[in-house]
Design a protein. Structure first.
Length: 198
């Protein structure tokens, strides 16, 4: 496994709750480094999500099933935890899917591995709590952006996830902001003319 990704995660999580590298060795043994190309479904529909995934590089979308297929609902980027939270917490299958929006590098951590780690090293429960708080804060931040009109929300989205505009399609933006594709196209033109984006 590439050490730089482990060091990246350790440095990030140490901002939340500091542990020495020796303590992290136990964590590292339970992680799986995975690389996925763009448009790979990493959590299937009607399946239980039994993994949390620390994103090292790239973007992942959570899509919710609707009458017209799947709609982009949530975006995760570097340092985020990508998972179907509803399925992961309840240990029940959902119709949600997770799909990579770009080439992506993840560190996967299974529920069983997490349980085993916390049983052996209960001090990591404090970090798990901090990570959970951060997930909630970041999800709430996205909910606020999604509630904005496209021309106001899109620059905030691209500020939150630099370079996401290279990977996300107009119809996905329309689903995300709950507007029409024509609103997205017009909004992008207006933002470009106004110099308020890119």
């Amino acid at each position: 496994m590439e050490r730089r990704f482990l060091e990246q995660m350790m440095a990030d999580y140490n901002k939340l709750k500091k542990y020495d590298e020796e303590a992290y060795l136990e964590v590292f043994q339970k992680l799986n480094l995975r690389r996925f190309p763009k448009n790979t479904i990493i959590k299937q529909v009607n399946k239980i999500d039994e993994k949390s995934r620390y994103i090292c590089e790239g973007f992942v979308g959570l899509y919710k099933e609707c009458d017209k297929g799947f709609r982009l609902s949530l975006i995760s980027g570097p340092s985020d935890t990508a998972f179907d939270e509803q399925s992961f917490r309840s240990k029940k299958a959902t119709t949600n899917i997770l799909k990579t929006l770009s080439a992506t590098v993840l560190l996967e951590f299974s529920i069983d591995a997490e349980s085993a780690l916390l049983a052996k090293m209960p001090e990591f429960a404090l970090l798990a709590l901090e990570v959970s708080h951060r997930i909630n804060e970041r999800n709430f931040e996205q909910m606020l952006i999604k509630d904005l009109k496209f021309e106001e929300g899109y620059p905030k989205l691209t500020a939150l996830f630099p370079r996401i505009d290279r990977y996300i399609k107009n119809y996905e933006l329309a689903d995300y902001f709950k507007c029409s594709i024509s609103t997205v196209e017009r909004g992008k033109r207006n933002l470009k003319k106004g110099g308020r984006h890119e």
